[in-house]
Design a protein around this ligand. Structure first.
Ligand code: S3P
Length: 170
């Protein structure tokens, strides 16, 4: 069984929520990369974006991947943009099993509208603007997400399907 499982996918696809449950079901630890970065920097993600810029945040994400290489038996929720910058996707695939939680732009919009997490890339947008941004960004990012070792439908009984798929891989 793979020792490191990376959940990837767009903002709002449920990587953190499902990741915690999947980790519990497998007896693995859980790590949220945004949270790890935020704790290490002593700043929230919106503060890092506002004070240091997106490119600095992307550097911190790459450093976070390197740090996860040392971990064993862990499910890791990545930030939505993480696989789509530099060699990050290759690094994830070299380190463990990558799983894309896939949702339509419509499903992502309905989840993101309700979400309490502050996301600098969607801040201050109307619903229409948010939908347009989701569609554009998803189209741009899917070539990376599609490189995942497996793709799982992000609606319905996601956790069971992910755990079954991981166990089938061995
Ligand atoms: C981002 C997604 C966020 C967070 C940051 C940037 C992105 O994580 O890393 O706001 O570029 O898609 P979630 O996917 O957990 O929302």
């Amino acid at each position: 069984m793979h020792s490191r499982i990376y959940l990837i996918g767009f903002m709002g696809s449920g990587k953190t929520t499902h990741g915690k449950k999947i980790a519990r079901m497998m007896g693995y630890d859980f790590l949220d990369m945004d949270e790890w970065i935020s704790e290490k920097e002593g700043k929230t993600i919106p503060e890092i974006f506002a004070e240091e810029g997106e490119s600095r945040f992307r550097e911190l994400e790459t450093a976070a991947i390197k740090a996860t290489n040392q971990l064993q038996q862990v499910v890791i929720a990545t930030g939505g943009g993480l696989p789509c910058h530099g060699n990050n996707m290759q690094m994830l695939k070299a380190s463990g099993l990558t799983i894309y939680l896939k949702l339509t732009p419509e499903a992502l919009l309905s989840r993101l509208k309700e979400s309490k997490t502050k996301r600098p890339l969607l801040e201050g947008k109307s619903e229409e603007e948010m939908f347009a941004t989701i569609r554009e960004m998803l189209t741009a990012r899917e070539p990376w997400y599609n490189q995942a070792d497996m793709t799982i439908d992000g609606l319905g009984r996601v956790n069971e399907r992910v755990v079954n798929a991981i166990q089938r891989q061995k």
